[in-house]
Design a binder for this molecule. Structure first.
Ligand code: ADE
Ligand code: ZN
Length: 325
């Protein structure tokens, strides 16, 4: 099996519908408005976020979170993944009545279990939620900086990109950078090239979540390539959320050909009827990449990961072996 890695997946968005239904039974909650016939349903980005929020609200203890991380990582490892960096949201934890430190500890427990069972390595990135505004995102950055955990190695921002301007979040990202966290930010998904440019100018991320609408501006694509900014591309997510009408319209190949460093990611896999293995299949069947090219995506993800040098070297060695398992 081809060695795979992803650096853009939201842990609550990775909860399988069956697990969310089990959590709903446990807490006497009703999820019939977001899950039907064993699958999530929603109609647009706003209702997707609402479905995401309801599912997240059902992970209420550290044990619940350990099970969530373990379940996601075990399914990833079964598809050949050797590494995952996933987004966590202390705002969602608080919304579920869970202390953020217990949330992080529970997820870390799940990482440990999956590592022991399947050999998969993982790190966490705390994200602020853009639509909650600059003060909320700064508070999340302050909490992350003050509560350093060995497996939390990055800070980012997700949520509704149509809200606020990147400059409004400069102070939050300065706190995270000062704390030594790797920086990534969602941009160029719900908004266009100007949003990506503003994120680069004001937040100076090493990576951009999505970034695909940079394709609207050739000079910006050149800048991303020249500066080596890594794009966390999520093809199935982009099609499900109608960022592009079809894979034929999707700019993965054009960004790659222009010299941008691109990676493949599942984002919120069951919401978009995908998995990391499916993203690699899409890259092969829809975009025409061969195995050597797919391995390049894996290596780029490991090279761009927010990990120490020793872990990176070990994971790159696994890539050199090319096939695992
Ligand atoms: N949170 C979860 N999935 C997201 C996405 N695709 N864009 C922005 N925020 C998100
Ligand atoms: Zn995302």
């Amino acid at each position: 099996m081809l060695a795979k890695a992803e650096i853009h997946c939201h842990i609550e968005g990775a909860a399988p519908p069956a697990l969310v239904e089990a959590q709903a039974r446990k807490y006497g909650a009703d999820v019939s408005g977001i899950i039907r016939d064993g699958a999530y349903f929603w109609s647009d980005f706003t209702s997707f976020l609402a479905a995401y929020d309801l599912a997240a609200s059902l992970f209420r203890t550290a044990d619940d979170c350990a099970l969530l991380a373990e379940t996601y990582l075990a399914s990833l490892a079964a598809e050949g993944a050797i590494y995952s960096e996933f987004f966590i949201s202390i705002d969602h934890a608080r919304g579920a009545g869970l202390d953020p430190a217990d949330y992080v500890a529970g997820l870390a427990e799940g990482i440990g279990r999956a590592r022991a069972a399947c050999g998969i390595e993982a790190r966490m990135i705390v994200v602020g939620l853009r639509h909650l505004g600059p003060e909320a995102v700064a508070a999340t950055a302050r909490w992350t900086a003050a509560n350093r955990h060995g497996l939390v190695t990055g800070f980012g921002m997700a949520g509704d990109e149509r809200a606020y301007h990147p400059r409004d979040f400069a102070a939050a990202f300065a706190i995270a950078r000062e704390a030594g966290l790797g920086i990534t930010v969602h941009a160029g998904e719900l908004a266009g090239a100007e949003s990506v440019r503003a994120a680069l100018d004001h937040l100076r991320p090493a990576r951009i979540g999505h970034g695909v609408r940079a394709i609207e501006d050739a000079a910006l694509v050149g800048r991303i390539a020249a500066e080596g900014v890594v794009l966390e591309v999520c093809p199935a997510s982009n099609i499900a959320l109608k960022v592009f009408a079809s894979y034929a319209d999707h700019p993965l190949r054009r960004l790659d050909a222009a010299g941008c460093r691109v990676t493949l990611n599942s984002d919120d896999p069951p919401h978009f009827h995908t998995s990391l293995g499916n993203e690699y299949d899409i890259a092969r069947t829809r975009f025409g990449y061969d195995e050597a090219a797919l391995m390049r995506f894996t290596r780029t993800a490991i090279e761009a990961a927010f990990i120490d040098g020793e872990t990176r070297a070990r994971l790159l060695e696994k890539c050199a072996a090319a096939v695992i398992g």
